[in-house]
Each structure stands twice: as C-alpha cells, then as structure tokens.
Design a protein around this ligand. Structure first.
Ligand SMILES: [Zn+2]
Length: 497
C-alpha cells in the first residue's frame, strides 16, 4: 500500500497548489481586480482549470484512490481513511456519468447563471425556463446514475451538500417548521406596527465610519488578522484555503447601518471556523468546514445569537454611538436592540430576518422535492412558488423577479443546497444550548470575552475540520442527535418577548 499512499500524496500536493492558485484568482476577481481584466484573467483561468482537471482525472491518481479504498483496513491513520473515503466518493461522477453528458452539463450551468441574470432583470421566467428544464432533467438523470441500494432520488442531491441528511431527516425538520413555526410567525408578523426613530432608517452612515466599526468588531471577535483579513465585495463571503489564510468580505451601504455589521459578524463566524481547523489538515483534502449546514450554524450563531443579543449591545453600543454621534443621538440601547431584531414578512430570502428565514427555505425545499420526484413541471413553478409563499410566509409576490427568479442557485445546478441554510440555523440553536450548559454565554459576552466562545467552538466543532460528518459533529458538540425543537423554542422564546 505504501506505493499508493506515496502516489496519492504526490498528486495531492500538486492539486493543493492548483487549488491555491484558483482560490487566489477568484478572491482577486471578487475583491480587487479591475473590471477591465475579466477576459485576460478568464483566459489564464481556463488553462489552470484544465491542468487541474487533468491531474484529478489522471488514471494513476484514480488507481491510487481505488486501491487505497479497497484496502482501507490496512491503513493505520484514521484521518487518512476518511480522506480516502471522500476521494473515492468524489470519483463516482467520473466513473458513472458519461463524460460527454457531464461536460455538456458543466457548459450548460456555466451559461445558466448568465441567462438567469438576464431573465431576472427582465422579469421574464419564460426566458430562463428552457435552461432550467435541462438542468432539472440532467439532475434527474444524475440521480439515476448515482443511485445505490441504500440511497435514491432527491436524497442523492441532498447528501452532496449535507452528508447523511436525506428526505426522511428533512421532512421531519420541515414538517415541524410547518406545524409549529408557520402559525407562530404569521401571528407575530400580523401585528407589528412599531415605528422606529426615523434617524435609524433615514440617516447617512458614511462607509469609512462603518469600516471603522467593522475593524473594531474584528478585535471584539478576536478574528486573527495575522491569518485573515477583511475586504469589500458586492456580496459578502468567506474564502479560506488553510488555517493560516482565511479571508472575509463585507459590503457597506451608506443608507443602511446594520447590513455591514451583521454581514461582518456572519462571515467572521464562517472564518473563525476555518481558522480554527487543526493546522495538521492544511496539507490534506480535509481542511475546511465539514458541511454547508455546520458552516452556516457557526455564522448564524455568531450573527444572530451573539451579535443580535442584548448582552452584546450593552457592551458595544457605546462604541457605535461614539462613531455615529449625530445619527444615533437620542436612540437608546433598547430601541437599537429592537431595531436589529425586527421580524417582518418579506419576499426576498436574502433580506429575510432571523424569524422568517427558514420559511423561505421551506418553500424551496418543497418545490425541489416535487421537481426531482416528477410531481412538478418547470413551467408550473412560478404559480406554485406564489401559492407556497402566501401560505408559509404570508406574502405573495406579484413579479417573478421577486419570486421564483430571485436566487442564482438553480441556474448553476445547485439543487439540494437550499435546505442546508435552514438546517444551519437549527443546528446553531442546539449547539448554543449545549455551550450554555458549559458556561453562561451572556456573561461571557458581557465580559467582552468572545475568546471563550471561540475556544469552546474550536474544541467541540472547529478543530475536526472535515474528519467528522455533520451528525458526528452535532453529537460531539451537544451529546444528542439533531433535534429541531431547540430551534423552535429559541425562536418562540425570543420573539414572544
Ligand atoms: Zn453564511
């Protein structure tokens, strides 16, 4: 086996270097690169991506993975076993999907987001429908190609984004949301006529000042600026490549003070996760978050449970007032905390608040499931979208731009991705409860000791990188199986106040 281990590691080293170059190019593209450089860069990018693909599909590399997988019991290093299992799972596409069909699909999804963007701009679903039909058709075929006796249908797609979570798990989760949360949210959002001080909504908050506060937040959260940094981009994101380089972005809107604050905290949650991965995984394929859901649980816990808490603003609101003395004059702590925790019905998922967010995901989950199972045709999507939105969120879109065309995901072939967003919030509530049993979180926040929260998260979640599945991580952190009741209780408790 030594021969294959050596071979695998040789390829891995090269692939890591390619991954780094590709990562750096896309980071540059999203943050610093001038607009005029697009074509030149994409020419270079194509060459690099092709070389990387050649490496990944090299018969010697494939053989090494297969041999190691066949002889897993001979491998001593447990982490390495996990890595080989993952590598072998990734090979199933190469092995089971006809190459031509797969390449055609990649080309289709490449242009898909472009067509989607135009259709969205023109509010014209018919323009996007033929592309989406092809994407859905391919995914139905993909499911057939990858089917095993243990796993079938939509489960195959769901498992790609959240290992071990299929329709059975998600149905339990979303049924709970439907039965317990939907009526509660509809009730809470019916009678909120509260009018906030106009200064909060009508003032100008200069970017340079918001930036000052973002950097203050990096210190508060102990975001290691020797190994990470904060820049600006159109849509905030986190991009990490190792435990010594994890970068985040935010976006400043001068007419909106809180958008950049919560984007920065959200992305720091993602970033701290990756920075706190054990550094021994940096040179392996195991660095990073274990799943989208667990990743999102970290960002949402930092953003919503810490960042929107009363305890947090009790300590940090004075600093915000110091930076914006005119804009926040006469606005007390209580009103500000209320302001950052507003709940209202909205049409757009990315603008939805903590209370209503998972209902937007519920709509998408039901639609995806019906499409993949063949119970819903693409042409009937807009109508079905509108009716589910009014049923679950209590608001019916009048245009497709604000309805079925709002998200980029499906145009890029990402079917099965959305449910992880809601799962992340539910994990967060369960993890928070477990942490709160070990120490009083509010007290740590009031003592400006976020380091204590970071340390707990490192020990129970972050250090494992991708060596544990989401279900295993949840068990390590909470000593329980996934239980969405924590999430429902958390939201009801918070929004009843
Ligand atoms: Zn996120």
């Amino acid at each position: 086996m030594d021969k294959y281990i050596e071979l695998y590691k040789e390829f891995r080293k090269k692939l890591k270097a390619f991954e780094y170059v590709i990562w750096l190019m896309s980071w540059d593209q999203e943050t610093e690169a001038p607009n005029g450089s697009v074509e030149y860069r994409s020419k270079q990018f194509q060459v690099i991506a092709e070389e990387a693909y050649k490496l990944e599909s090299d018969p010697k590399y494939v053989e090494a993975i297969e041999k190691l997988y066949e002889n897993l019991d001979q491998l001593e290093d447990e982490d390495f076993k996990v890595e080989i299992k993952k590598a072998n799972k990734a090979l199933r596409i190469v092995k089971k999907v006809p190459e031509k069909e797969y390449i055609d699909y990649l080309v289709l999804t490449q242009s898909g987001s472009h067509i989607w963007a135009q259709a969205k701009q023109k509010n014209d679903f018919d323009m996007f429908a033929p592309t989406l039909e092809k994407i859905v058709a391919f995914n139905k075929k993909l499911v057939k190609y990858l089917e095993t006796p243990e796993m079938k249908g939509y489960d195959i797609l769901l498992d790609m984004y959240e290992e071990g979570f299929g329709v059975v798990d998600y149905d339990l989760f979303f049924n709970k949301i439907k039965e317990d949360l939907v009526p509660f949210v509809l009730e809470v959002t019916t009678n909120n006529k509260y009018k906030f001080n106009r200064k909060l909504t009508k003032s100008v908050f200069p970017s340079s000042k918001q930036k000052e506060f973002s950097h203050y937040l990096m210190d508060v959260f102990k975001y290691n600026q020797n190994k990470g940094l904060l820049k600006e981009s159109a849509h905030p994101f986190t991009s990490g490549v190792s435990s010594v380089d994890t970068r985040i972005t935010t976006h400043y809107y001068e007419d909106n003070l809180i958008s950049s604050i919560f984007s920065t905290i959200h992305e720091m949650g993602h970033g701290i996760y990756e920075l706190q991965n054990d550094s021994k995984y940096d040179d392996t394929a195991l660095h990073g978050g274990t799943s989208l859901g667990i990743h999102e649980s970290q960002s949402r816990m930092y953003e919503n449970m810490i960042g929107r808490s009363y305890a947090f603003w009790k300590v940090h609101y004075p600093k915000l007032v110091e930076i914006f003395p005119k804009q926040l004059k006469n606005i007390g702590l209580d009103e500000f905390v209320k302001f950052v925790n507003q709940a209202k019905r909205s049409l757009i998922r990315t603008e939805a608040d903590e209370l209503t967010y998972s209902l937007h995901v519920l709509v998408r989950y039901e639609l995806e499931k019906a499409m993949i199972n063949g119970h819903l045709k693409v042409k009937d999507l807009p109508k079905k979208w509108r009716s589910l939105m009014s049923q679950y969120v209590g608001k019916r879109p009048t245009t497709d731009k604000e309805g079925v065309l709002q998200d980029i995901h499906w145009s890029g072939g990402m079917i099965g991705y959305f449910p992880t967003y809601a799962l992340g919030s539910a994990y967060a509530a369960q993890i928070y409860q477990a942490m709160n049993k070990d120490f009083n979180i509010d007290e740590a926040i009031e003592n400006n000791d976020i380091a204590k929260i970071n340390a707990w998260s490192k020990e129970h979640i972050h250090k494992f990188a991708q060596t544990k599945t989401p279900k295993e991580i949840l068990h390590i952190a909470t000593k329980e199986d996934f239980n969405p009741q924590y999430y429902i209780d958390y939201l009801k408790d918070k929004f009843n106040k």
